[in-house]
Design a protein around this ligand. Sequence first.
Ligand code: PLP
Length: 382
Amino acid sequence: MKKNDYLYLDHAASTPMREVAFEAYKRTESEAFANSAGGHELSRRAKNILEESRDKIANHFGAAPKEITFTSGGTEADNWIIKMPFINNQNKNAELVTSAIEHEAVLGSAEWVESLGYKVHFIGCDNAGVIKIEDIINQVNSNTEIVSIMMANNETGVIQPIKEISQNLKKIDQNLIFHSDVVQAVATTKIDFHELGIQSAAISGHKIGGPKGVGIMFLSSEVKIPSFLHGGKQELERRAGTVNVSGVASLSAALEEQQTHMELQNKKILKEREDFEQIIKNNLDVSVVGEVVDRLDHISNIQFKGIHSETLMVALDLQGMGVSRGSACASGAQKPSHVLQAMNVSDDLINSHLRFSFGWSTQKGDGTKAANIVLTSVRGMQ
Ligand code: PLP
């Protein structure tokens, strides 16, 4: 099989890098490879690229440049904002409110906060994967330090009403931090942080056609939290460590291209996903998760009744198609999905789900092609 014959439907795990992102990476490494914190001409070149990228990225998200800090990815940004307000917190009754369907980066951080003795509320969701605003509000009180609710789920694509949540939180407490992990949402949604009313957000380069190992932490200028990494004085003394300027330039180029083509690209992605789901629904006993609620255009989580997802995933791989069981972390560990558990999916069906995720590299006809591969594979298993 030639490399290009492989049908890649795992963009929610990682997207291929866009050509412009590759070029920006190579150009920066060759023309501005010096340490951006240095004091000579080559360092200044790197610093200029870094700050130009920051300006562009901030502008894209409606933020001020000083509200953008570059990190090693979404995981670091989530860890930073969730953990640090609880370090040396004078208020031993400080609390965290989050949901049971967050990505492992948030869940793991929240569990760590809990292990320090702080109260953490894990809010559930309904059977469609939507979190009720009143369930969040009911857990918020004067001790709440942070509320962290993801904008869209990485396994199902189901979108949460972030703006309404932020408006409700503002009415209760002007000082708490409302964090949203927008890592997955950013792949097919235009986001303005201040418009959404969030105080912090996590973003990852490799979900939008940029490089892995680079991400963004948005932190509103109203909010101050301690640094997560200590050492050098980089990033306005907020995050120590030599900045990955080539990675940042590459992320910025990927974002710019995505922004330019977002409308057309989303139309294409949605059309392929609709074709895919229609054929599957017409021919197999399946349910599409989140079909009746707001859902990201690129994710299709399907329950195949009577089929074990691991077996189907291997069969699809053998037929030249890459998908996943949900979160890349969860599928590696072979554990039932915590997201589907929170959605009350029964034990006998929880291991019958596969996630198909489309993206910028999806081609016209991929939806139909993918559906036919699924039909052949499922029939071969029956
Ligand atoms: N948050 C969500 C919703 C994700 O989908 C991911 C990646 O799978 C992450 C966080 C982690 O991002 P990164 O891989 O950049 O650490």
